[in-house]
Design a protein around this ligand. Structure first.
Ligand code: TMP
Length: 214
């Protein structure tokens, strides 16, 4: 079987430890002599970062419709794929993305309850054929995630628009990730995010080493 694209997306609910784990994996790959690009969604381009602000913090984003929210996430992704991810992969770099298309299937489909077939069709339009070679979902009980979120220092003083969603929303998000993993068992792996940073990093490395034959 051929080795998949060196494009890894990290997924999960809030406060599951994605950023910490991405930084650790980037460090480990860099140490092995690889070029690594780390990016995030929404964001990762100047337009994407403005969209991120609209989606998370801007007053004019409050109360936006689920449909507008969906299209904003996809606009950010369309830019990121074409302007950042494809060029980096073409240059031989690894790309580690904090979230990618599965976040939309899960948050806007399962979470907001928009029709999943429509979400998946426009998701496919926004990314084209450029799927991650591996997607790692860090799984955590929504209650534990909420507790971690409350303990986090908050520079802006408050939860952002998405974090403010109730635990039931995050329970649907969790189920949504299970459904995505079931639908794409080769690409999407669910790993426990409940252990220590070290333990989770070990689980991640085992998957990466296996899939990319490192
Ligand atoms: P984060 O970067 O702190 O994870 O914040 C991004 C938020 O946006 C998070 O709540 C997940 C949410 N999100 C969606 O609802 N749909 C998407 O397609 C993406 C990429 C993120």
């Amino acid at each position: 079987m051929s080795i998949p694209s060196r494009f890894i997306s990290f997924e999960g609910g809030e406060a599951v430890g994605k950023s910490t784990q991405i930084a650790r994996l980037a460090h480990r790959l860099t140490h092995l002599g690889h070029h690594v690009l780390v990016t995030r969604e929404p964001g990762g381009t100047p337009l994407g970062e403005s969209i991120r602000h609209l989606l998370k913090h801007a007053p004019e984003g409050r109360g936006m419709t689920s449909e507008a929210e969906l299209l904003l996430f996809l606009a950010s992704r369309a830019e990121l794929v074409r302007k950042v991810i494809i060029p980096a992969l073409d240059e031989g770099a690894w790309v580690l993305s904090d979230r990618f298309l599965d976040s939309t299937t899960v948050y806007q489909g399962a979470g907001r309850r928009l029709p999943v077939e429509i979400v998946e069709r426009i998701n496919a339009f926004s990314v084209g054929p450029h799927l991650p070679g591996l997607t790692l979902v860090l799984d955590l009980e929504p209650e534990i995630a909420r507790q971690r979120l409350q303990e986090r220092p908050k520079p802006t003083g408050d939860f952002d628009r998405m974090e403010a969603e109730p635990t039931e929303f995050y329970a649907r998000v969790r189920e949504g990730y299970y459904a995505v993993a079931k639908a794409h068992p080769l690409r999407v792996k669910i790993l426990s995010g409940a252990g220590s940073v070290e333990e989770t990093a070990d689980l991640i490395w085992q998957q990466v080493a296996k899939v990319f034959e490192l």
